[in-house]
Write a protein that binds this ligand. Sequence first.
Ligand SMILES: *Cc1c(COP(=O)(O)O)cnc(C)c1O
Length: 232
Amino acid sequence: MNVLIGNNIASVRKRMFEACSRAVREPSEVRLLAVSKTKSVSEIKAAAEQGLTDFGENYLKEAVDKIDSLNDLPLSWHFIGQLQSNKTRIVAEKFAWMHTLSSIKAARRLNEQRPESQPNLKVLVQVNVSQDAKKSGIPPDDLFEFLEGLMSFRRLDLRGLMTLPTLSYSFESQRIPFTILRELLEASQQRYSNELNEFDQLSMGMSADLEAAIVEGATWVRVGTDIFGDRG
Ligand SMILES: *Cc1c(COP(=O)(O)O)cnc(C)c1O
């Protein structure tokens, strides 16, 4: 039993719970994605022993080894890194969720490569709400066109939006990009009420800003450092 990881998870859960109270949201609406990039199989097992089931990975090479060695546990894997379109097969075959979709080419390949034996791949579109040239994701103005480009892909379930904003320090400034992402989700739901069902997920908020994200409607918070410690 890893006491440190256990304590860390308890305190992240407490923060999530308090943010839900503040936002008058049900705690069950917000799920915790444990970001395990660079962390070992035994650290992931320690987190799984605390009841965590969903793990996020950024680097495919290390992810595959970990996924294969943990395949006796009922875990769901989420890809949250930058995807090169020649690496889509690994995501199509090994992951349940893809949070960082921002290219039609990658989407087409994921759709083709998703094995018949598996349920559809759940995808979130990454939006560059901070309009930061260093961040990936599609610009907000291109979102509708991008969503329309994805609608024919039968093996992808379009579930919502994701963002990775430039870090800011005050609660109020942290909220700004999360407000924008929530409004983009709502606008997409309205515009495509016939085409998109279950388009209701917001992947936003990390160790430093999960409270602001929850107040703005996050359904997934992606937490690495505050669960597993610094990545060194
Ligand atoms: C690494 C990473 C996280 C986790 O960040 P922490 O600050 O360690 O909680 C969340 N989302 C993405 C996309 C990441 O790459």
